[in-house]
Design a protein around this ligand. Structure first.
Ligand code: NAD
Length: 412
C-alpha cells in the first residue's frame, strides 16, 4: 500500500540527512532495544540521556562491567553501547542532531522541558511512539523557549515488542512490525527523515502526510482501553490465580471485538468529518482497526476472516496476559493503574474525544469506555458529558495547549 519511489509529497526519496550525533532519552525497554540496533547501523556518536532518579549512575556502573548491551532477535544477536551517558541534558543534548524519545507518553513533557534549553536550532526531536497529541506539547514547549526552528516527528507505534532481560546488559526483541508510520513537522522533512530513520532503525518506515494522522491512527488507544473494558467491566473485583489470568489480546471475544470495532468506527467517522471540513488535509492513512492489524501483522495472523480472529490467531500476541497486581501470594486483581490505561487514556482516547468535540462528532462508545475506565483509575476527565473533569489538566487535549478549533490542529 505504501510502497513507491515517489513520496507522498511528490518528491523522489533521498537519504542525505546530515546527522552525526544521536541522543536517546530514557533507559526503558525501548531504549535498550534501540542502543544496539542504532549502534549497528549508524557510525556517528550515540548518547544516552537518563534524568530519571539515579538511573544514569546505575546504568554507567553496570555497563562498565558488561561493556555493551546485547539484543537478542530470534537467532541473531546485536551488540552496542552509548558513547556518553548523563543525567544532565547539557552534557548529552547540546551537540545532538537527532533526539529520540522512546518513553511512555506521560514522561514526554518533563523530558522535553529538561532538554529544550540545550537544543541546537537544527536539531530534530521525536517520540517513538508519539501516542496522541505529541505535537501540541512539543511545539508549545519549543515556542515558549524560543526554539521554534527545532523540528519534530513522531512514530505511530514502537517498532518492536521488547523486554529488558538484564538492565544495561541484555534485551529481548520479541517481534518487529512489518513497517511503522512516521510523520514530522514541518512536513517537508518527512521523506528524508523517514529514509534516515529507516536506515538506522533497520526498519521499513511509511512517511505519513501529517501529525494528525498519528493521533487518529494511534491504535493503542483503541486496543488497550477497549480490551481492558471488555475483559473487566462488571468483573472488577474478581480475583485470579496465576494460571487463570485472562489472555489479553487472545482473550478478545466476539463481544469485545464488537466494542473495538465500534471505537474504531467512531474514529473513522471523525476522520471523515475532518476531511470534509478541509479537503486539503490528507488522512488516507488512518485505517480501520482490522485493516491496520492485517497490514502490520500480515505474516503472523493465520486467520484474517474477522477482527476477533486477527487478535486470537495472531502469533505476535501469543500468551500475553492482562495486566494484574498481586494481592497476596496466590491471588491477583486487574491492575487499573497499568500503562494500558494510564498512557492510552489521557494521551490517547481523551485526545480523540476532545477533537471529536471540536468537530461536533458524537462518540458514545468511546465516552462510555472513558467514563468507566476513569472511575477504575480514580480520575475524573468527563463531567456532564464534557471534558471538564478535575483531571483533564493532566491530559494532552489540544485545548490544554490553547488550541481551540480544528483549523489549529489540522495544520500540523
Ligand atoms: P519502560 O517502562 O521500559 O520505560 C521506562 C523508562 O522510562 C525508565 O527507565 C525511565 O528511563 C523512563 N521514565 C519512566 N518514567 C519517567 C518519568 N516520569 N520521567 C522521565 N523518565 C521516565 O517503557 P518501554 O517499554 O520502553 O515503552 C516505551 C514506549 O513504547 C511506551 O509508550 C510504551 O507504551 C510503548 N511500547 C512499548 C512496547 C514494548 O514492547 N516495550 C511495545 C509497544 C509500545
Amino acid at each position: 500500500m505504501f510502497q513507491s519511489d515517489i513520496d507522498i509529497f511528490g518528491n523522489r526519496k533521498r537519504s542525505v540527512m546530515k546527522i552525526e550525533t544521536i541522543t536517546i532519552c530514557g533507559g526503558g525497554n525501548a531504549a535498550h532495544a534501540m542502543i544496539p540496533i542504532i549502534r549497528n547501523h549508524f557510525s556517528g556518536k550515540l548518547n544516552l540521556f537518563l534524568p530519571y532518579g539515579n538511573e544514569a549512575a546505575h546504568f554507567e556502573k553496570l555497563i562498565e562491567g558488561k561493556r555493551f548491551i546485547t539484543a537478542t532477535i530470534g537467532e541473531k544477536k546485536l551488540y552496542g553501547r552509548p558513547d556518553k551517558v548523563s543525567k544532565f541534558a547539557k552534557e548529552v543534548c547540546k551537540e545532538a542532531d537527532l533526539i529520540l524519545i522512546p518513553l511512555p507518553a506521560f514522561a514526554h513533557e518533563q523530558t522535553l522541558l529538561q532538554i529544550v534549553p540545550f537544543l541546537r536550532e537544527e536539531a530534530i526531536i521525536g517520540a517513538i511512539p508519539a501516542r496522541s497529541g505529541f505535537e501540541y506539547a512539543a511545539l508549545k514547549i519549543l515556542k515558549n523557549n524560543h526554539k521554534e526552528k527545532v523540528k519534530i516527528f513522531g512514530m505511530q507505534t514502537l517498532p518492536w515488542a521488547c523486554r529488558i532481560k538484564e538492565y544495561a546488559a541484555s534485551v529481548n526483541i520479541l517481534g518487529k512490525k512489518k513497517s511503522v508510520g512516521m510523520a514530522a513537522f514541518p512536513h517537508k522533512i518527512t521523506p528524508e527523515l523517514a529514509s534516515f530513520l529507516s536506515q538506522v532503525l533497520d526498519l521499513k518506515i511509511d512517511p505519513l502526510p501529517n501529525m494528525l494522522t498519528l493521533t487518529l491512527a494511534n491504535v493503542g488507544q483503541i486496543i488497550h482501553p477497549g480490551i481492558m473494558y471488555g475483559l473487566f467491566k462488571g468483573k472488577e473485583q474478581i480475583t485470579y490465580q496465576k494460571e487463570t489470568i485472562p489472555l489479553f489480546y487472545q482473550g478478545v471475544t466476539r463481544e469485545i471485538a464488537k466494542t473495538l470495532k465500534a471505537m474504531s468506527d467512531e474514529i473513522l467517522i471523525l476522520t471523515e468529518k475532518i476531511e470534509s471540513f478541509d479537503k486539503n488535509v490528507n488522512l488516507d492513512y488512518v485505517l480501520g482497526l482490522k485493516d491496520w492489524l492485517i497490514y502490520s501483522y500480515k505474516d503472523s495472523i493465520t486467520d484474517k476472516s474477522s477482527l476477533q480472529s486477527c487478535f486470537v490467531a495472531n502469533s505476535a500476541y501469543q500468551g500475553l496476559r492482562a495486566p494484574m497486581k498481586k494481592i497476596n501470594n496466590d491471588y491477583f486483581l486487574p491492575d487499573f493503574q497499568a500503562r494500558y490505561l494510564t498512557e492510552d487514556v489521557p494521551f490517547g482516547l481523551i485526545v480523540i474525544k476532545s477533537i471529536a468535540q471540536l468537530a461536533e462528532v458524537e462518540t458514545p462508545v468511546i465516552d462510555e469506555i472513558i467514563l468507566t475506565i476513569s472511575q477504575w483509575m480514580g480520575k475524573e476527565y468527563i463531567r456532564g458529558g464534557f471534558l471538564g473533569g478535575k483531571d483533564i489538566k493532566d491530559t494532552r487535549i489540544p485545548q490544554n495547549y490553547s488550541m481551540k478549533n480544528l483549523e489549529e490542529i489540522i495544520i500540523y
